[in-house]
Write a protein that binds this ligand. Structure first.
Ligand SMILES: Cc1ncc(COP(=O)(O)O)c(C=O)c1O
Length: 456
């Protein structure tokens, strides 16, 4: 008897097609679009294809919108931008210019924040691994170090003793949210580790507990996650006060969603695919904090560490169709010159796609697979993008690529593209395009293996 294939539930993908400007075809109505005053073909011509485009005004607007949403009377709101999301120095500099603090998770990021002029008091140092030397620098300079666990608490106490003065520290609390929560980080709340850490800090002569921190995941679709974290932090702050500690800072981390669209397989069942905005998240944080100001000394400082929510929609990836295919199994497909090595987020997002077509008589959109240029079958940048029949040379713009693309991109098979900052008037290169020599700049071929014609 032939084997029956396992039941596959049907998947419905909404193909919404809108016209943007005269010649633009876009597949997600709510997605950010590159302002039509920027001539994509001309940018590709000038800076090479592909090219990342960061729109400065959008970045500033996203930051301001985020900050204002989380602002309430009697609470000092501070936005510490999560460097790892996109530590392109120009992006960090724009956000610093807006007043953002820096949230860093390594000595490298700490050094970058300092090199870009961030005062140590405006740096939040998180993460599960900080070397002794990094702790010495950060604690010595007065940054806020959020301790991740008991071993790090030992190290921090040692550094504080050697500095011979009281140093400001925070405690990262791991609150469980559902079966698949982030369990790697912080002192467990439910297991009582966070309480034990506070008791130990209360006995340590050189530690000044100023902050309680909890970051609960990324692209969190449920504002209730923040409500439970804040509840746990408030309870711990009360305990801290009973232990004669005086925290003034509540840090709820990042994890707020952007306007990107998760692939159905990653999305929360039953929830709308589009983001509703951040108001519900702000309410989940601000309402309980407003009611518990006393446990943070009267005027709490609220630190937020957004990454994707403030940068994702500010960046676009412009690329070019290099081949057109028709696959027997999938139908129409195109190959573009930008792949998953520079767009790793394509594995879990359906990035909005726009084709810049000159011909008004282009055909009807049909679900089109977009491959990148890598010699790998998994190099699929987008599936079922509703695009009209395209020709080689057509510019393709992918949106919502500001988060985790540049910082997680790699030189796999292809060097990485330039990044251009689109300001009010000018387009400025903020990262030059790599050459093959850049990729191999750190490598050495031992003399004994060199050949006569070796130009390496
Ligand atoms: C401690 C911490 N803060 C902030 C962030 C930023 O997260 P997101 O980009 O989801 O806002 C992260 C990312 O995982 C993080 O680990």
């Amino acid at each position: 008897m032939p084997e029956t294939p396992p039941y596959q539930p049907p998947q419905l993908t909404r193909l919404s097609v809108g016209r943007m400007g005269k010649h633009r075809v876009l597949d997600v109505l709510a997605a950010p679009t590159l302002d039509a005053r920027w001539d994509v073909a001309a940018l590709l011509e000038k800076f090479g294809s592909p090219v990342f485009l960061v729109v400065e005004d959008v970045l500033r607007d996203l930051y301001r919108g985020f900050r204002d949403t989380f602002t309430a009377p009697g609470i000092r709101t501070r936005v510490a931008y999560s460097y790892k999301t996109n530590y392109l120095p120009a992006v960090c500099a724009v956000l610093a210019d807006e007043g953002a603090w820096s949230e860093v998770v390594s000595g490298m990021e700490y050094a970058l924040a300092r090199a870009l002029g961030t005062p140590p008091a405006h740096i939040v140092f998180n993460g599960p691994y900080k070397t002794h030397a990094e702790l010495e620098t950060a604690m010595g300079e007065g940054a806020l170090v959020n301790i991740d666990g008991f071993d790090e608490l030992d190290a921090v106490e040692q550094v504080a003793r050697s500095l011979r003065r009281k140093v400001r520290i925070g405690v990262r609390v791991g609150v469980r949210h559902g079966a698949h929560g982030w369990t790697k980080f912080g002192f467990g709340y439910e297991a009582g580790d966070a309480r034990r850490a506070l008791q130990r800090i209360a006995r340590a002569r050189h530690l000044d507990l100023v902050a309680l921190h909890s970051h609960s995941g990324t692209f969190n679709r449920d504002p209730g996650i923040y409500a439970s974290s804040v509840k746990a932090i408030i309870e711990l702050a009360r305990l801290a006060r009973r232990l004669d500690l005086a925290p003034t800072i509540i840090d709820v981390g990042g994890g707020f969603p952007s306007s990107n669209r998760l692939k159905p397989a990653w999305d929360t069942p039953g929830r709308r695919a589009e983001t509703n905005g951040l108001a519900e998240y702000a309410d989940a944080v601000l309402t309980p904090v407003s009611r518990a100001k006393d446990v943070f000394g009267g005027t709490p400082t609220l630190i937020l560490e957004p990454g994707r929510a403030v940068v994702d929609a500010a960046a676009f990836l412009a690329s070019t169709v290099v081949a057109v295919k028709n696959e027997p199994s999938h139908g129409p497909a195109v190959v573009i010159d930008a792949g998953v090595n520079i767009l790793p987020t394509a594995y879990w997002y359906d990035h909005p796609v726009e084709a810049i077509v000159n011909d008004r008589t282009v055909g009807e959109p049909r679900p089109t697979r977009i491959y990148g240029p890598l010699c790998m079958q998994i190099d699929v940048v987008r599936d079922r993008a509703p695009l009209p029949p395209l020709k080689v040379g057509t510019p393709i713009v992918l949106s919502n690529v500001g988060a985790y693309c540049l910082s997680q991109s790699m030189q796999f098979i292809q060097p990485r593209p330039a990044v251009v900052l689109l300001g009010k008037e000018q387009a400025e290169v903020v990262r030059r395009r790599e050459t093959w020599r850049d990729v191999f700049a750190l490598d050495v071929v031992p003399d004994r293996l060199r050949r006569a014609a070796d130009a390496f």
